[in-house]
Design a binder for this molecule. Sequence first.
Ligand code: UDP
Ligand code: MG
Length: 314
Amino acid sequence: MKTIYLVVPCYNEEEVLPETTKRLTAKLQSLQESGVVTPESRILYVDDGSRDRTWELICQYNRENPYVCGVKLSRNKGHQNALMAGLTTAREQCDAAISLDCDLQDDIEAIDRFLEEFEKGNDIVYGVRSSRKTDTFFKRTSAQMFYKFMKLMGVDIVYNHADYRLMSRRALDALMEFGEVNMFLRGMVPLIGFRSSTVTYERAERFAGESKYPLKKMLYFAFDGITSFSVKPIRMILSIGVIFMILSLVLLLYALIVKLTGNADAGWPTLFGSIWFLGGLQMFSIGLVGEYIGKIYTETKRRPRYFIEQILQK
Ligand code: UDP
Ligand code: MG
């Protein structure tokens, strides 16, 4: 029997918490009754600086429910930091931790299969979505583009895997060794290694409340993921620069021939176009390099990822 912790980050989730707690409690109870997990297994909510009644609810469940523990962060630090806070807290008490979203989009029935894979000796089990039927068309295509683009940009991530995963204590210990402040767990976990496997599940619809990942946040997340993990974009700029240099030599040669044959005409459209194009390219390039410098800046400051305001244990 293993002690498992279900780590659930919550940001303004008062609408879904009651149902989530009910279902997760039932799940843990049945797992415990069938002798799969120990009675010390817990649900660990991480309140990521919610502004609604999320923390009050967590405190209430902690009093009434034998399984619920909580961690309150001092302010909103984002999904990835909240997860990290939860995993760090869970690590000392558990044999394995499973991270999942508060809105129950991650099918909790898959937990049984996660545990089977864990028993087979896998240190990391990735939850992979089998389809995205329930997502809106926009969410589906944007997410698919996200995974493809990440691969293209040289970030090694598991396709259609978000943050629904099981990590053994050993894997969690390894994760703690990563010192970076710009965190992108999906990219970090595969770097740990150990034996791993996947479990596929059907991703459900968020049953209440709104997505905490609007488009703007999603774009930042993707951009952060790339620039935290890969220097490929900088190399691409280099390649583009080289290509343009060669191209401009060819054009120069062409212009020379035209001039020598006496056919030179005004040609301002080409000039006009290329100036704008190159201007844009240069600005983009400087911006991209700047993004990396910004990353170096925040990493060198070594700022703490989060502060824990309160811990509720059982
Ligand atoms: N979340 C968080 N901090 C944030 C934003 C989101 O802890 O700043 C949590 C949120 O409560 C949920 C999970 O991250 O449990 C995933 O968020 P959401 O369901 O809104 O994202 P989506 O499923 O739409 O991608
Ligand atoms: Mg969701």
